[in-house]
Ligand binder design. Sequence first.
Ligand SMILES: [Zn+2]
Ligand SMILES: [Zn+2]
Length: 353
Amino acid sequence: MRAAVLEEHGEPLAVKEVDYPEPEPDQVIVETEACGICRSDWHAWQGDWSWIGASVPEGQILGHEPAGVVSAVGEDIETLQEGDRVAVPFHLGDGTCSHCREGRANNCETVIPLGLSGIAPGAFAEAFPVREADYNCVKLPDDVDFTEMAGLGCRFMTAYHALADRADLRPGDWVAVHGCGGVGLSAIHIADALGAHPIAVDVREDKLERARELGASATVNAAEADNTAQEVKALAGGGADVSIDALGIAETCQNSIGSLGTRGTHVQVGLTTGEEEGQIEVPVDVMTMQELDFHGSFGMPLVRYEELFKLIGEGTLEPSKIIGETLSLEEAPETLSSMDSYETVGIPVITEF
Ligand SMILES: [Zn+2]
Ligand SMILES: [Zn+2]
C-alpha cells in the first residue's frame, strides 16, 4: 500500500510502497478515507518534543486525524466489524487504567499517540492498525461524513474539550483565541456556537478573515498591534473571561494570559516548539493577585463524543466549516512543508489515498 513516511526530520516525507498491516488480536485495521494534516505532524516532522521524551522516530508513518472503514478485525475484537465507519481519536488509550475506565483516554497512563509513536503507525497511508480498538474507535453517526470527521479526531474535539470542559465556557463570555490555525478556528466556531463572544488573534489577515466568517466578534492582527494583549482586553470590556493559546509559542502564551480579566481562565492547547523546549515565562504575581487560572488541555475524553455528535446532528456545530483544502496523499509532503510559514488556512485533509 502507499504511505507517506518520515525518513529524515525536516526533509520532505517520502510517499512509497509499504506492507499492508495485519491486525494483532486487540487491533482492527482501518482503511483511511480522510486524514487531516496538523501542526502536531509538523512538530513531529521537525523532530520536536525530545524535551518530553516524545520525539518521533525516523521511519514513522505520520497521520493522527483519520476517519475510515474497518477492513479487518483481530481475534479478540468484540464490538467492531468489517465495514464499520469509524473515527480514531489520536490518543490511543490502554482501556484499563483508572483514567481510561472513566472514558478519559486523553489522560491514559500509557497513552500511545497515533502516528506519533514508533509502535503506532499513522494514517498518512491507505490503511493503519488501531490498538485496543474496541475501546479506542469511535463509531460515526450516519450524518457525519469522513472529511468532516477528520477534523474531529484532533483539532475540533480538542477545541471543544478546552472550551466546554476545561474553561467551563458560558454564554456571554468573552473568549480570546491566540493563533487561528485549525484548532484556533475550531475554537472560534465552537465559542460562537455556544453563545460566547470570540476575539481572534493572528498575524495573518487571511486567517483573521476566516475567523470573522466563523463568528469572531472582533479580530486583532498581532503583527500590527502595539500591545496585542491590551487591545484584546479593551475589546473584551476590561479583559477576556477565557483565553486560549492555540499555537504554543512564548508570545501567544504570554499574550493569552495578558488578555485575561480578573479571575479569567487561560487554556494551553498548543505544545511548544524547539524555540521554547517546553519552558515559557509566565507572570506569576499578576496571576496570583488576579486569581487567574492556567489550565492544560489535551485531546478530549471519549465519553464526550456523544454530546459533540448531538450538537453536530442538530446543526449547532458544523466541523465541515473548518476544513481548508482537500488533497491527495502524494501532495501531503508539500502541504506539510508549507506549514513552516503558517500558510495553510483551515484544516487540510487528505481524501485520496
Ligand atoms: Zn492533530
Ligand atoms: Zn489508560
